[in-house]
Design a protein around this ligand. Sequence first.
Ligand code: 4NP
Length: 155
Amino acid sequence: MVCLGNICRSPLAEGIFSAKAKEAGFDCRVDSAGTGNWHIGEPPHPLSRRVASMNNIDISHLRARQFSPVDFDNFDYIYFMDRENLKDAKKIAGNKWDPSKAALLLDVLEEHDTKDVPDPYFGGFEGYIEVFELISNACEKIIIELNMANNKATF
Ligand code: 4NP
């Protein structure tokens, strides 16, 4: 799960995906990173932590790190929160970029007109609630699809 700062959207996506995967019995390792380096080592934003905990998800132990080309060796799928994050990560990844592993998180929500998870950093708590819902819907659908591909029970 990749965003810009790795403190607002992608730690939420990591926590939400992990929680839903556990619930669905889908065995996987989830991580998150930012294309930027400003917040390395920081915990998630207080409003991301708040909206997560309101939904019984604890992300307070996560610490920001920067996206790295070796993430393409270490992960099967890499989901980007917005098109800018994808473009920046492509530059960072260089010849490690693998289009078969990379996708926009919201691509899975076909009915949705925007493909970008809005950046809530400069706004209020409502933005974090909206982001939580979007990420949650996308993660749920991805887990159902991956579980179906693996022939396992779903929610
Ligand atoms: P994120 O949000 O990419 O969802 O973690 C942001 C966090 C920090 C900044 C921008 C977006 N920043 O400019 O520091």
